[in-house]
Design a protein around this ligand. Structure first.
Ligand SMILES: Nc1ncnc2c1ncn2[C@@H]1O[C@H](COP(=O)(O)OP(=O)(O)OP(=O)(O)O)[C@@H](O)[C@H]1O
Ligand SMILES: [Mg+2]
Length: 288
């Protein structure tokens, strides 16, 4: 355990509060194990800048098959930025520059041959605020399969829509009103609709950025169950502000602080025996 948060002693012998800059300089290499035996996605030495401002510093992290990786840390520490790099959502932000290596099944995410539209079908994303299209429930789920030409005829499309809604745990609630607008569902149902829309294109990885923060505890519990089921077939990375949620749904937890990956380990160790003082402070509620 290092002591980077102990107040430095000034020349006059007085204690001074550490500034963000002194904390940042003191966060050296990531503590714990950032790699897995069976990686689906790999990030190596990733830096991200928005204009002059650096938001991610030298982050290396694997996301394994059939596992949920939780990303936690104080607001503004770069969780969403890092997550968005994994399916090149940051491409749409002109000031954003990503360097380092990122790959999916060993294929360079930022290489010249990779089509970002196809990448986003392979690496799907679910956002904080459910964002169904202004279309029917059916058409929300059918949207991706249609643009990617995944169904040969209407019967196949019906099957994909039904199956996706079932896997998202929504089918029974909406089977009699598939033509009704997706925006007319409750918040929790909308979020499950967005998950159905994501899985309809058979992604390999699902990224979730605080998917439950707009939901009540019952809807949250339903999504958490679903995440656990989806893990059987996908690699999942989830950003959450709820440490209970991270502890419940993930197998590995990554703690970010000021754009650096401070610690990553199996979830149980991170929550019961954090190795870094910053992690410990965060999970015990001393800041963040
Ligand atoms: N589009 C953008 N343009 C400029 N700076 C940005 C942009 N998006 C994020 N940032 C900056 O990058 C840093 C990391 O932001 P990010 O949104 O990734 O943090 P976060 O950990 O997801 O925070 P929160 O928990 O509040 O969602 C912050 O300093 C933020 O101000
Ligand atoms: Mg965020």
């Amino acid at each position: 355990m290092n002591d980077i948060l102990s107040p430095p002693v000034s020349r006059a012998g007085l204690h001074e509060e550490p500034t963000a800059n002194t904390v940042l300089q003191e966060i050296k290499a990531t503590v714990g194990t950032a790699t897995v035996e069976n990686p689906k996605m790999q990030a190596r030495n990733v830096d991200v800048h928005y204009g002059e401002k650096q938001a991610i510093f030298d982050v290396s992290l694997d996301i394994g098959n059939n596992e949920v990786v939780a990303m936690i840390g104080p607001s503004g520490c770069g969780k969403s930025t890092f997550l968005r790099c994994l399916n090149r959502m940051n491409d749409s932000i002109p000031s954003c520059r990503v360097s380092g290596e990122m790959s999916l099944d060993g294929e360079d995410l930022y290489g010249p041959d990779l089509d970002p539209v196809l990448l986003r079908a392979r690496v799907g994303m679910v956002f904080q605020k459910p964002n169904p299209f202004a279309k029917s429930i059916y058409d929300n789920v059918a949207y991706g399969p249609r643009i990617h030409g995944l169904a040969g005829n209407r019967g196949e499309l019906d099957e994909i829509v039904t199956e996706s809604l079932k896997r998202a745990g929504l089918f029974d609630e909406v089977k009699d009103r598939l033509d009704a607008p997706g925006t007319g569902l409750s918040g929790g149902q909308q979020q499950r609709l967005c998950i159905a829309r994501t899985i309809a294109v058979s992604p390999e990885v699902i990224l979730m950025d605080e998917p439950c923060s707009a939901l009540d505890p019952i809807a949250t519990a339903r999504i958490e169950e679903l995440i656990d089921e989806l893990r059987q077939n996908y690699a999942i990375a989830i950003v959450t502000h709820s440490m209970q949620q991270a502890a419940r749904v993930s197998q590995r937890t990554a703690y970010f602080h000021l754009g650096k990956l401070v610690e990553v380990n199996d979830t149980n160790s991170v929550f019961t025996n954090p190795q870094h003082e910053l992690t410990e402070n965060y999970i015990t509620g001393r800041f963040g």
